[in-house]
Design a protein around this ligand. Structure first.
Ligand code: GDP
Ligand code: ZN
Length: 292
């Protein structure tokens, strides 16, 4: 049978087979013979050992489409950055770092803005304004009020989606909404900083009518991913239509003269908040290069 690893704990792999359920599997042979360590998200072939007890053996790991590192998960179709429109207020630098990270690994990203019910419309409007030219699908919803949840479900249908975002924005609530038996612990916001409870402990995909969703403990880093500062511009989709019109071919759009990207920022073709975060990430990467 063919299935997907949804969880790995202490040498056991839990393999979800559509229409059958979850099988608790070992993967001894694969480890020994091919040195493949199965990952959450891997599509695998299993032999059922005991149909009644739903136990089996992973006998083959199919070719991976891609593989993320933190969290370690294979075959990701898309990643959704989840933030709240308010409470806690969204940190758009964190969002932009995340978008760059996904560009770098080639995983399509979408932006999910939860808690529209606590926003009077102002945040929703300026966030929309900032990202509307980025090309990233952006979705405003409220898990609590059920607002726009059908559209959100459509975005996730038939795909494996990694959810990422700071704690307190409603990722556990969303996972529970999509998959009521997931039993994710939903924490109340506590403290002045609007920080939520401790985050998810291990990686687990939740299966739901043909789609898989994973709430991740990682992806909260403010560090831009490791790359040469000069490559960062390739990770900002809005730059693409302008970048080739700069005076210098190797323009990084920071201090150069006759820069078409900077001109587009001045004229409103690229939002200055997105550009500002680009410059901040660029400087951080440059700083790192100085110490190499
Ligand atoms: P996580 O840390 O990202 O997993 O966030 P949780 O799912 O634990 O939610 C954090 C808090 O936000 C909890 O108190 C939830 O009840 C609350 N919450 C989640 N979704 C919504 C929403 O759409 N609107 C409002 N007002 N609160 C929400
Ligand atoms: Zn330029």
């Amino acid at each position: 049978m063919r299935g997907k690893i949804i969880k790995g704990i202490a040498g056991f792999y839990y393999v979800h087979v559509m229409g059958e359920g979850v099988f608790e599997c070992r993967a001894k042979g694969i480890f020994r013979n091919r040195k493949v360590k199965p990952l959450v998200g891997d599509d695998v072939r299993i032999d059922v050992v005991d149909g009644v007890k739903t136990q089996g053996n992973v006998v083959e790991v199919y070719q991976r489409k891609n593989c993320l590192e933190r969290p370690a998960v294979a075959n990701v179709d898309q990643a959704m950055a989840v933030f709240a429109t308010a409470n806690p207020p969204p940190n758009l630098y964190l969002l932009d770092v995340f978008l760059v990270r996904m560009e770098q690994v080639g995983v399509p990203a979408l932006i999910g803005m939860n808690k529209v019910d606590v926003d009077d419309g102002a945040n929703t409007e300026w966030i929309h304004e900032i990202y509307k030219r980025s090309g990233y699908p952006i979705l405003f919803f409220s898990v609590k009020e059920g607002e726009n949840m059908n559209v959100l479900k459509e975005c996730l249908a038939h795909k494996t989606t990694v959810l990422a975002g700071p704690s307190g924005v409603g990722k556990s609530s969303l996972t529970n909404y999509l998959h009521p038996s997931a039993g994710m612990e939903v924490g109340a916001l506590s403290g002045k900083g609007g920080r939520g409870k401790h985050t998810t402990r291990h990686s687990e995909l939740f299966a739901l009518d043909g789609c898989y969703v994973m709430d991740t403990p990682g992806f909260s880093s403010l560090e831009p991913p490791k790359m040469a500062a000069g490559e960062l511009k390739e990770c900002i989709p809005e730059f693409a239509p302008y970048g080739t019109n700069c005076k210098y071919l190797d323009c990084v759009h920071v201090g150069e003269r006759d820069c078409a990207v900077k001109k587009a920022v001045e004229e409103g073709g690229i939002h200055e908040a997105r550009y500002g975060n680009y410059v901040k990430m660029f400087e951080t990467l440059k700083q790192g290069e100085r110490f190499v």
